[in-house]
Design a protein around this ligand. Structure first.
Ligand SMILES: NC(=O)c1ccc[n+]([C@@H]2O[C@H](COP(=O)([O-])OP(=O)(O)OC[C@H]3O[C@@H](n4cnc5c(N)ncnc54)[C@H](OP(=O)(O)O)[C@@H]3O)[C@@H](O)[C@H]2O)c1
Length: 336
């Protein structure tokens, strides 16, 4: 370990619009040493997520921005390699917000021990981590699905969307997903068991929804916003539930898009639209992890990962994910 260095990816500049690789700096530093009460961890897997784009801005949000010159924020799966804490042993596998770096120090707050028997370890930042839990609680709690409901989910092949659609099928719903390529729409129907899928880049979303959901839409799990959401909103049923999970179509706009002007549809439909953050469910994570791990073991829940090797490739992979070049949960494999 002493010959190794700590590779870190820093925020170099705040982007306007889409980030570029020039907004990041890849640097090498000495491996930090833990103080009394702290642990040193070697990161194995880094999760790349859309929320990180917001952290690059200097804007008010539910979490602080990354300061220029500091490592990008990010969830990671790591191995404890040195412990000066009574709570962790060398060899423990842990998950937490360790950032875009190959080694991290922590006092243990917010660090979760990972049960390696459940599934491959990288799932602790995927289907059995933040994105999967977002799907689980956002769909089951916010959307309150009933068997027979017609459910639409956007960004349906992504980390969150692919899990939402499969949980909806487990709950006995009819599921339509939207995604941005032919291979993605084929995958979510053929491999994940969605009933239908719409390529929002090549087809008229409104017309497709009319054809595929003649009975209207009871639940919309929104990951994207923009014109896909406009088309869904026009077709919601009385008592519909709409979860605003994310609005990725808006994250890289230099000028904010038009504000929603179709909210009257909520009145007409006596529908509920609710934004949520997965962190609000932290005290119930074990429930979600246990249930989804069971579904995985039973073959009812699949997950697709998009793995890029090497921390130095994280900026390119992150920008690609924002562009829809990822196919499944975006992960950086940092180390064995
Ligand atoms: N509320 C929460 O607590 C919470 C937690 C986690 C994630 N989220 C949100 O959930 C959403 C999905 O996150 P994820 O981690 O699962 O990402 P992801 O779906 O794995 O990756 C992002 C996907 O967004 C799609 N996309 C990009 N630009 C788009 C556009 N202009 N219009 C429509 N789709 C576009 C792309 O897929 P296509 O090829 O299909 O376009 C891309 O692959 C994001 O909005 C994220 O911010 C919220």
């Amino acid at each position: 370990m002493s010959t190794e260095i700590n590779m870190r990816v820093l925020l170099k500049s705040r982007p306007n619009g889409f980030p570029t690789e020039d907004d990041f700096d890849v640097v090498e530093s000495p491996i930090p040493r833990p103080q009394q009460g702290e642990i040193l961890m070697k990161s194995l897997w880094l999760s790349l997520d859309p929320y990180m784009r917001g952290r690059m801005n200097d804007a008010k949000s539910y979490a602080p921005s990354v300061n220029v010159g500091e490592p990008m924020v990010g969830g990671a799966v790591a191995r404890v390699v040195e412990s000066r804490s009574p709570l962790f042993n060398v060899g423990d596998l842990v998950e937490g917000r360790f950032g875009w770096q190959s080694y991290a120090i922590s006092n243990g707050i917010g660090v979760r021990k990972v049960d390696e028997s459940l599934a491959p370890i990288q799932t602790a930042v995927g289907v059995l981590g933040m994105p999967g839990l977002t799907a689980y609680f956002g769909f089951l709690d916010v959307c309150d699905p009933k068997p027979g409901d017609t459910v639409v989910v956007s960004a349906a092949s992504g980390a969150v969307g692919q899990i939402v659609g499969q949980i909806a099928k487990i709950m006995g719903c009819k599921v339509v997903g939207t995604a941005g390529s032919e291979s993605k729409v084929k995958f979510i129907v053929d491999e994940l068991g969605f009933d239908y899928a719409i390529n929002y880049k090549t087809t008229d979303v409104a017309q497709s929804l009319d054809e595929l959901c003649p009975e209207g839409i009871d639940v919309y799990f929104d990951n994207v916003g923009g014109f896909v959401t406009d088309a869904v909103m026009e077709r919601i049923n009385t008592g519909a539930r709409i979860a605003i999970c994310g609005q990725i179509s808006q994250y890289n706009l230099e000028t904010p898009d038009m504000a929603p002007r179709n909210l009257g549809l909520l009145t007409r439909s006596q529908a509920k639209m609710e934004g949520f953050l997965v962190f609000a469910y932290e005290n119930r994570y074990d429930e979600g992890i246990t249930r989804m791990a069971t579904w995985i073991k039973e073959g009812k829940l699949k997950y697709k990962e998009d793995v890029v090797e090497g921390l130095k490739n994280a900026p390119k992979a992150f920008i690609g994910m924002l562009n829809g070049e990822n196919f499944g949960k975006t992960l950086i494999k940092i180390s064995e």
